[in-house]
Design a binder for this molecule. Structure first.
Ligand SMILES: [Zn+2]
Length: 161
């Protein structure tokens, strides 16, 4: 393989460059006379993966702005008690709320923290309150948040204020 500019033997792989629109395989010394050919330089065109890592998950502001406080830790018992005191089955309550009974069942088993809209429906249907206002910063260390995303985000939001 010879350099297409100076004609000297190329040891190893030639460097493909573009000189005035012509693609040439040249030696290392002559590579500076041309621009690197597109076909041989895909690496420089890659989007850095770091950029993707910098994209942070944005909290669902629309939902949390409506959140008056944090959901009480014993929401499941409160819902269950209120529902039973009204003589409603989960199915009956679910149909009143236009929600799936499976969803309510999960909430009562504490497998699921009701989202804002569901919580509001529960509060209305059962005439209960499922949130508590955390007025002072000291209450944050109470440990009543049991690893819920909702609670975590609420804490982050408070810190940002
Ligand atoms: Zn050369």
């Amino acid at each position: 393989m010879q350099c297409e500019i100076c004609g000297s033997d190329i040891k190893g792989n030639p460097i493909r460059v573009t000189v005035e629109g012509t693609v040439l395989d040249v030696c290392g010394k002559c590579a500076r006379y041309g621009k690197p050919s597109d076909k041989w330089t895909p690496v420089s065109r890659k989007v850095s993966p770091i950029e993707k890592l910098l994209v942070t998950r944005k909290p669902r502001r629309d939902a949390f702005d409506k959140l008056e406080g944090e959901i009480v830790p014993d929401y499941a018992q409160i819902i269950k008690k209120a529902r039973e005191s009204k003589g409603l089955t989960i199915e009956e309550l679910a149909s009143k709320m236009m929600e799936k009974s499976a969803l309510l069942r999960k909430i009562e088993r504490e497998e699921l923290v009701p989202e804002d809209t569901v919580r509001r429906k529960l509060e209305t249907e059962l005439n209960i309150k499922l949130t508590e206002k955390v007025s002072s910063q000291d209450q944050r260390g109470g440990g009543f948040i049991r690893g819920t995303t909702l609670g975590d985000v609420a804490i982050i939001r408070k810190k940002m204020k």
